[in-house]
Each structure stands twice: as structure tokens, then as C-alpha cells.
Design a protein around this ligand. Sequence first.
Ligand code: G6P
Length: 764
Amino acid sequence: MRLLSLRLIVSLIVGVTLVSFAFSYYQVLAEKHGLRHELERRSELLGESLSGNVERSLEADTNQGLTNLVQQFGNREHLVGVAVYDQQGKLVAITPELAQILTVTPASIKQAIAQNQDESAFVRTGKEQIHVLALPLRHDGQVIGGLAVVHDVAYIRAQTLRTWRETFFRVLALVVLIVMITLLIVRWSVAGPIAKAAQWIRAMHTGRISSRHEMPDLDIFRPLVREVTTIAESLRRARNAAENEARLRDAVASRWTAERLSVHVRTRLDGSRLFVVSNRQPYEHQRDGKTLKVAVPPSGLVTALEPVLNACDGTWIAHGNGNADAEVVDSNDRLRVPPDDPHYTLRRVWLTKEEEEGYYYGFANEGLWPLCHIAHARPIFRANDWKQYVEVNQKFMKALLVETADTPEPVVLIQDYHFALLPQLFKEKRPDARVAIFWHIPWPNPEAFGICPWQRQILEGLLGADLIGFHIQSHCNNFLETVDRVLESRVDWEHFSVVRHDHRTIVHPFPISVDLPDIKPAEEPRSGTTYEERVELFRSAGVEATRLGIGIDRVDYTKGILERFLAIERFLEKYPVYQRQFTFVQIGAPSRTHIKRYHDLLAEVEAEAERINWRFQTGKWRPIVFLKRHHSHQEIVPFYRAADLCLVTSLHDGMNLVAKEFLAARRDESGVLILSQFTGAARELRDALLVNPYDIDQTAEAIRIALEMEPEEKQMRVQRMRRVIRENNIYRWAGNLITELCDVRLDQTEENERLRADVSAAGM
Ligand code: G6P
């Protein structure tokens, strides 16, 4: 910029000087001409007025008279003198001053006499420059001599020099003025806007602002602004395209979506199909008088598997427990679901009351459930329950055989503790199948598991699978240790697998998750602000409060609902300022109420809420609102979104998807998650406020911290946890599980493996 100004200034100086001097040169020249002309005119006047007298004197041949005459004119302005010459050009009379300068007859005199006409000439004599006007002197028309009127021309030169000097100073002043004005113009109109534009372009180029930020007003550079803005817009588009491409590339490498899972599974299945077996079905048909209703049951397993089946069409085999389930199936007990937008097949298996009683309520939920959860509920094992459990597993095996009959090398994902025997039962019939079982609940240590009278059969049944999945590594370790203690087998701790009877079972963790679509908070369609939603929820619950806590669970003793209520009581005791402000809404879906323990728990939870409410409630405010019914996901989302905090206080939990669903719903990146350290989710969601639910004071304190947490802190924590869920979403869970299962070599007998090891050792 400085160099530019310098160049500009130098050019201006040179230009202005040249123009000024050229102009002055013509001015001086004109002035010089004018002066000369004036001199010639004066000289002529003088010459004319003199010549008559001189002619007469010359005619009279009176030298003295001539001398006297010429001397009379000697003192005129700038006149050096006059001289008179005879016909031959010989000096006749001359004024004294002129006599010193004019030593010879000027050529103009000779010319004037010869040509009989006036001659004017500027001549130099020594140092002096003079003007000589030569006039012929006549008598009777005959030239009788010549008259020279000589003027000093030095004053013209002096005048010219003065003019040049003045011009010089004028040009100097002009140059200084112009340079200063130019500098100011450059600074205000050029340098300023250019600096601003440069700043803007730099900011845009470095991505600090987008080209949507208008370019500063650049005054005289407005046309430039248009062009630069166009270039900036193209740059922005190019950058966005590059970013999108990079994001896509990154997403392809890391992010799992329904579409990716669908393509991936189709590729991996290579013409085969996916079969899922679980006790709980994704849709339950209930008849209420004349109306047929469809319900999605409260189950983390269903929440997780539904998107997977939707993504890669397959068959889901489950217990048809709805009172109208049989009405809607075809002759093969199948129907396409989801009912509103069918994507996969649901195959229902019917159970007798006795089977349901023994297998589901009895062995699964009174035996295995408390056995695997450290929640201090005594497991109950009855021989008849076990019998039913075995029979129902066989029943499902038969259903699975029918469904997979036309599919070579079917890929089967068995779900949960209801089907511990199914992997072995099915593999015996279909050794070409790839079978995985995912255990959605914790696996206890070998001592705890050892309580089960049929632990051996359960382990053998599970090891029929090619792959066993748990949520976290410690459940895998507990399982492998249990196998190690109970069965004759080889546990490979390096690869986390078990080899038994020439069959290898891989045991790996696959943390289950939810779907968290990539929608930015700004894009989220919302009915109102969090505050408005909260007011509406309180209004519909008939409560007046300002702060909302939320808990969503099946009413199950493993969920720590009573401990949670005690923590709320303690919190209100310790921080009375939150009374009449904080209300906790517990959505409790009654569950397994046919079991006494669950039935009693429901009553206990209700009683405990009432006790605490009775203690604190005033006016329209209540500390706890217990909504004792199953709520659909759509009904739950407004609670998730409006809550200041979500309490997940499980005493023991395989994963707990409520914690993840709460975060998935928080597109506003707010809210606080208080999470039991005994959930599988606590391994991933490190930015939750982790609590020991047995420590009532600690949970109470966490509630206070959550309510007083700075918005920035909440946002930072939610953002980080959402990122974890987005990366490790349900599609990744399914993708990883299916990939590992499809990678299993069906011919991996001990002998084959030894052979492969020998070959690689020999370097072949
Ligand atoms: C847990 C189990 C699931 C089960 C769910 C609901 O999440 O892991 O297998 O479906 O609880 O229990 P329910 O007995 O009602 O199916």
C-alpha cells in the first residue's frame, strides 16, 4: 500500500510539474512576445517621430544639429540611444551611451538603406541584448541615410526570469497541495475501504464469517464489491461442498444410519435373511370392546430393535401376548409391521397360560432376572418353571426352523435371557445358520450365577451360539469366568471366546443404543419453548411448579424408583427453597404385575409418592406426580424435552435406554442427566452426574447441582453425550453385531483351526 502511494505521488508530482511547466512555458513565451512587440511598437513610434527631424537635419548636413537632436531622445525608458547613418551606412551622429555599445554599423541599417524599408532586429552585442529598429531616412523619396533606434532588451529577460521564478513557486505550492489532497483521498476513499475489504475477505477466507455477512460499504469500489461478493459466494459454496463431502466421507467411515445399515446388512447377508427372536413383540394388538388397538410395549429391547428391522426387512419372531393378536395374523401367524408403514414381518408364537406362567413369569422373571441383577431380590427357581422354560425354547426353535426353512445360512439374532437354550437347540438343527444371542441384562459374577440349579444347561445352551453379545466388557468377563468354572471348555482370554465341543463362541461387548438423527437444533420443528412445554405439562398434571424433573421406567425393583423418591424427599428437606418450585414427574409403566414382587412394588411406589406429597404439598404444588400407566414414545418426548433433569437411578441395569432417549430428545442441548453408576450407560455417558442410587444424600445433592447448573455447562455436557450417542447409535450396534456374526467361519472346528495355525506358522 505504501509503495502504491509512493508511486502515485511521484507520478502526480512529475505530471503536475510537467503540465505546470509546459503551461508556464507558453505563458512566458507569450509574455516575452508581448513585451517584444510592445518594445517594437514603442521603438517604431519613436523612430517615426524622430525620423522627420533627422531627415531635415541630415539634409541640411548639420552634424551638430543632428547630434543635438539625437541626444534629446537619449533618456527615454529602456532606450539605449539613437544613431544616424548616411547613405553609405557611415555613422553621422550617435548618442553617447549607444556609442559605447554600437561600435559597428548594424546589419539592419544597411538592409533598411538598401531595401528602403524598416528593419527590426534583436541582436546581441557582447553581453548586452539590444533591439535595433532601423529606418530609412528619405528626401524626396530618395534614401539619404538610416536611423537606428536602439533599446535595451535586458528588462524583457528579467521579466521572463521573474515569471519563471513565480511559476516555480506556484508549481511547488500546487504540487504540495495536490500531494496532500491525494494522500487524504487515498486514505479516506481507497486505503480505508480496501483495508476493510481485506479484513472482510480475510475473515471470510479463514471461515470466521460467512459470505452471507455483507461486505462493508466500499464507497467508490461498489462495482468491485459486487464482483468480490460473487466470488465470495462461490467460495462459500465450494467450501460447503468440500465440507459436506468431507463430512460424508467421515460419516461413511464412522457414522451409521438406517440407510447404511440397510445396505450393509444386505451386502453382508449376501442373499440370506435376518431373523430376530425375542419374547417381547414390537406390536401388540388389544381388543377393547369393538375397538382394536395397537400398542408398542415398554421395552428397551423393542426400542432398540425396531429401527434395525425397519432398516433391513427380515422376520421378527415373538410371543403373541395381545388379546387380539391372533385376529390380525395370516394363516402362518405372520403379519407385516409397523402397521402404518410395513417394513418387515412379525411372526407370532402362541403360548399357553401354563407356558407363559412357567417360562416368562417364573423362570425368566422370577429366576434369571433377579439372578442377573444385583438388586437384592431373591431369585426363585422352580422345577416346573424350568420345564416350561425348556419347552418354550423348543417351541420357538420350531418356529424359527419353519421361518428359516427356505433360507440357506440364515442369520439369526436371538434376544435376551428368555432364550438361553435356543442357540444350541437351533444350531443342532441348522448348523449352517449363523446364530448370535444378545443378553440385554447384566451377567453376574460366577458365585452369584452359581445359585441357578440349571446353570450348566443355560451355559451350554448359550454356547450353541457363534456369538454372544453383552452391553459391556465386564459382563463378558463375568460370563467367561462363569463358563470357566462350570464347563469343560477352553476359554480364550486373548480373543474373548470359548471353544467347546469343537465349536467356538465369541463373547464381545456391543453397547446398545438409540437412533439420534443429525438434526440441528435450529431445524427442529417445535410446538413451543421448553418453558411453554413445561407450563403445559404442569397444567395437564394439575400442578403448579416451575422446575421439572422426570423419571421414566417400567415399575421394576431394579430401577431404583423408591430410592429416587427418597432422594427427592431429602433434597426438598435440605433445600426448602425448592419447595413449591420443583416437581418430579414419574412415568411408571406397570410391568410383570402378575408377579407378586412387581405387584407389591407398584403399590409401594404409589404409597411412597403419596407419603412424600402429603409431607410437602401446599396449594396446587406437589413434589411428585406419579403417572401410573404406559406412555407411548410420542407421549414421553414432551416430558424429556421440557425437563430440567432426568433421573435414572437403576440399582443395576444392563444398559438403560431411557438415559440415551432423554439425550436424543434434547435437541436444544440442555437438561441434566443424573445417572446411576450401576448402569451400562454410565460407561459411555461420562458427562452425566453419576450417582450411587443407594446413597440418598448424594442423589439429593445431584438434583440440586442439576437445577443450579450454568446453561453453558449443561450444553457442553449434553453436546458431548449426544455426540457419543450419535456415533454409537443403534445402527452401529446392529451393524457391528451383524458384521461379527457374518464374519464367523462356520467350519471353525478345532481341527481346522489347528490346521490354519500350522499353515501360518510355516509361513505358507
Ligand atoms: C428388559 C429386558 C427385555 C424386556 C424388557 C421389558 O429390558 O431386557 O427383554 O422386554 O425389560 O420387560 P417385559 O418383561 O415387559 O418384556
